[in-house]
Design a protein around this ligand. Structure first.
Ligand SMILES: C[S@@+](CC[C@H](N)C(=O)[O-])C[C@H]1O[C@@H](n2cnc3c(N)ncnc32)[C@H](O)[C@@H]1O
Length: 337
């Protein structure tokens, strides 16, 4: 080990030790909630920009978004977690880097079953996409969803692997819809149904752009050049709970999803598709958007849509997602309609 590497690995070891101490209380409360997946290390906020480390049950997944790990870094992490890790390098050349830096071990390729609030989810560290199948920073939102799901109907927009719908069904929802245009992602929810012995008839999967689906549910006309072509038709209807967790940006034939500049074009149809007395759980992951400014956007949008909100509460992420400036990029709003 060279002197420079030695000191970098030692400093990573001390960052990991500090991160572990900082999570002691959280880990204890997560165990009580029957949750065995959480973030062990959160990048720049804990001393190493571009490195995250997540525990998914017995699997420890390190992800790098800038510099790859060195052999000494890997050794330091494996010492800290007392076992082998899987490492996914996700810098610009991520696809090649997967092969170059991180061997396709059995640990990386097999399914691990994890538990969050007692609900089981499948995790495969190395799959055809880049993101892990369960976003751990959304735990705080799913915790609230779990509390409000019993006997409710739930709409999960931008569903990805459908973890919010599965969470809702496992906590007593009568029906949940997953809407996402990525078939391979929403299909993961079928495995989650099996793991939790849930009734497949309770889950509706809509593989389609969310924009036309949510606008039809809301009784609004479908816009964009996509409207001229065939798309999935749905009847207007309202749900008790709508979970709206869009990506920061995406563009398609029905228009753009642009969370920083045009949240109302998502929030208005989501709101109109929510029953009177219901709940919208909405997220915004864009760091540049201030929480209070976003709360104002939601409030004004609801008033303009004729569905003024009774209350908006902003949730803090759990302590495994510390913010270096005290302003977490991920914001979750509970909006009572
Ligand atoms: C950040 S993930 C959402 C995470 C998800 N809500 C969860 O609970 O894990 C973004 C998802 O949005 C989907 N997506 C992006 N733009 C979309 C659009 N216009 N219509 C449908 N799905 C879209 C992507 O396929 C991806 O699965």
């Amino acid at each position: 080990m060279s002197a420079a590497l030695d000191s970098a690995a030692q400093s990573l070891s001390s960052c990991l030790a500090r991160a572990s101490v900082a999570r002691a209380d959280l880990e204890a409360s997560l165990r009580q909630e029957h949750t065995d997946c959480f973030r062990l290390f959160h990048g720049v906020a804990e001393g190493r920009p571009g490195l995250t480390i997540d525990r998914y049950g017995e699997l420890v997944l390190a992800q790098t978004f800038r510099e790859p790990l060195t052999r000494d870094d890997i050794d330091a992490i494996e010492r800290a977690v007392d076992g082998p890790i899987v490492w996914n390098h996700r810098a610009k050349t991520a696809r090649e880097s997967f092969a170059a830096f991180a061997p396709y071990t059995e640990l990386a390729l097999r399914e691990h079953v994890v538990s969050e609030h007692g609900v089981k989810f499948p995790i495969v560290a190395r799959h055809r996409g880049l993101d892990p199948w369960l976003f751990l920073d959304l735990r705080a939102g799913r915790r609230v969803l779990a509390r409000h799901a019993d006997s409710k109907t739930v709409l999960n927009l931008f569903a990805y692997t459908g973890s919010a719908a599965i969470c809702a069904l496992a906590h007593g929802a009568t029906t949940a819809w997953n809407v996402d245009f990525a078939r391979s992602s929403v299909q993961v929810a079928q495995r989650s149904l099996v793991l939790n012995a849930l009734d497949p008839a309770c889950l509706v999967t809509v593989v389609e752009d969310c924009l036309p689906v949510m606008r039809q549910l809301a009784g609004l006309p479908v816009k964009g050049r996509g409207a001229a072509r065939p798309f999935t038709l749905v009847e207007a209807r309202q749900f008790d709970v709508v979970f709206l967790d869009p990506p920061a940006f995406s563009r398609g034939p029905f228009g753009a999803v642009d969370v920083a500049h045009d949240y109302p074009s998502l929030f208005k149809p989501a709101l109109l598709a929510t029953a009177e007395g219901g709940l919208v759980i909405a997220t915004n992951h864009v760091a540049e958007v201030e929480a209070e400014a976003w709360r104002d956007v939601l409030r004004r949008c609801a008033a303009k849509a004729g569905r003024p909100l009774q209350q908006i509460d902003l949730l803090q992420p759990d302590a495994d997602f510390p913010a270096f400036d005290g302003r977490p990029p991920q914001k979750i709003a509970l909006c009572r309609v």
